[in-house]
Design a protein around this ligand. Structure first.
Ligand code: LLP
Length: 430
């Protein structure tokens, strides 16, 4: 059964970096998100180390962790200390980065719907760059920067019309998607921006999708961005960074993503040759916005089997985790590994792992061969990305607690929500 470097069995008990998951469940209850600090830093360093190997006086890099994948401030703090920048998509994420001690000077702000209040907040914090997605947004940023007596650093998110070959809900670089500005309109958009007094154009950006296993579509997008970079240079617009968007996909089951270091090497080989030929001496930064590949396999969701139930068709393991805790299976029919925390010998049965929520879509895994009994603990694997971050209070369920295991020590990094807190903001009308 698949385990990884950080979540593995010791004497038939599943552990996180050697800390027993059954003991964590006994102490903190279930459902419970459990993360490995070492996994977060290992995964981040796969990007950072591969980038550093290509640094020179002229070429640098910035790895901006995509906050949306897992935004707990303990995680942001760890990555900030590692030197990460942050890719954010809301004012809320910016305030999280600030609360975590992250550097706003390394923050990139993406997203199609930035509000005036969010733009103001970002300018107050002097973020590194806005990734602009429309001319209307450009105008709004220029106006607000002017009111504040500031200049906004911007890059355009260009839609390179490259097929990322991933789930349609997480494909973003095709013509029909709502994201970015069309490739063909990019030049005109830059020329418009160049005339705006409170705008400083610094780069170009794209994000074609998530959970990409192959880097060929990313490299194709990169080539389109360098072509555009050259055309802009011919029009006197000098850029200093290229942001290629999110990271490489991860192994949930048997996927074999291209190794991060190989992808980074291929990016820098292209960039170095291109820059040497065309822009010798020009300072340049390559920006990456990985989320899932840093957080996904750094966490699991721990849940307890409440009941085993059999009907004419199926066997169900009804657990205390649900679609409100981990929405990916309901939303994308996503596959997550399921491991028993205590390995039992004996006959296995094919179970659907389902939650207590009143919807047939409330399932976490289907048709898994398991030898389990009521009261057993299950680990839903690869749940560190888009797990807790997408959780809700549906069915008035308090959100799970979060634990971080760091150097053998256990830290509660978010306590379980209390039921009274779920309606504390509501008022009865008398
Ligand atoms: N940058 C931008 C502008 C993004 O929109 C995203 C993800 C990323 C970076 C990070 O991409 P990553 O390295 O994680 O692939 N909820 C879905 C994933 C949605 C991804 C949205 N954008 C899921 O659970 O699979």
């Amino acid at each position: 059964m698949k385990t990884d470097t950080h979540f593995y069995y010791q004497n038939d008990i599943l552990t996180v970096d050697g800390v027993r998951l059954d003991e964590l469940a006994a102490q903190y209850g279930t459902p419970l998100y459990v993360y490995s600090k070492a996994a977060f830093t290992d995964h981040y360093r796969q990007y950072a180390d591969a980038c550093h190997a290509h640094h020179s006086d002229e070429i640098g890099s910035l790895v901006c962790y995509s906050v949306k994948s897992n935004s707990n401030i303990a995680i942001l703090n760890i990555l900030g200390q590692e030197g990460a920048g942050f890719d954010i998509v809301s004012g809320g994420e910016l305030l999280r980065v600030v609360a975590a001690g992250g550097d706003p000077g390394k923050v990139i702000f993406s997203g199609v719907g930035k509000t005036a209040a969010e733009i103001r907040l970002a300018l107050e914090h002097d973020i590194l760059c806005f990734n602009i997605e429309s001319l209307a947004e450009l105008k709004r940023i220029n106006r607000i920067a002017s009111e504040m007596g500031k200049t906004a650093r911007v890059s355009f998110r260009v839609n390179p019309n490259v097929d990322p070959k991933t789930h349609p809900y997480i494909s973003t670089g095709l013509k029909e998607n709502k994201f970015g500005i069309p490739y063909e309109e990019a030049l005109d958009s830059y020329l418009t921006a160049a005339k705006m007094p409170h705008i400083a154009i610094t780069g170009i950006d794209c994000h074609i999708g998530s959970q990409l296993l192959d880097d060929a579509p990313l490299l194709e997008a990169l080539d389109k961005l360098t072509d555009l970079f050259d055309r802009l240079a011919q029009h006197g617009i000098e850029l200093h960074h290229i942001d290629i968007g999110g990271g490489i996909g991860i192994t949930y089951d048997s996927e074999r993503p291209v190794p991060v270091a190989d992808y980074i090497d291929r990016v820098f080989h292209r960039i170095s040759a291109w820059k040497k030929a065309r822009y010798p001496g020009m300072p340049f930064t390559m920006v990456f916005e990985p989320g899932r590949s840093i957080s996904g396999n750094a966490g699991i969701l721990l849940t307890e089997v409440q009941y085993l139930k059999t009907n004419a068709e199926k066997h169900f393991a009804i657990v205390d985790g649900a679609m409100n805790d981990l929405m990916r299976p309901s939303l994308y029919e996503a596959w997550h590994g399921v491991l028993p925390v205590t390995q039992r010998s004996g006959k296995t049965t094919s179970y659907d792992i389902v939650g207590p929520i009143c919807e047939s879509g409330d399932w976490l895994a289907r048709q898994r061969e398991l030898a389990i009994e009521e009261g057993d603990l299950l680990a839903i694997m690869s749940a560190g990305a888009y797990g807790m971050a997408m959780s809700s209070n549906y069915n008035s369920r308090g959100r799970a607690a979060e634990i971080l295991v760091a150097n053998g020590k256990i830290h509660l990094i978010r306590r379980r929500e209390r039921t009274e807190e779920l309606f504390a903001l509501e008022t009865v009308v008398s």
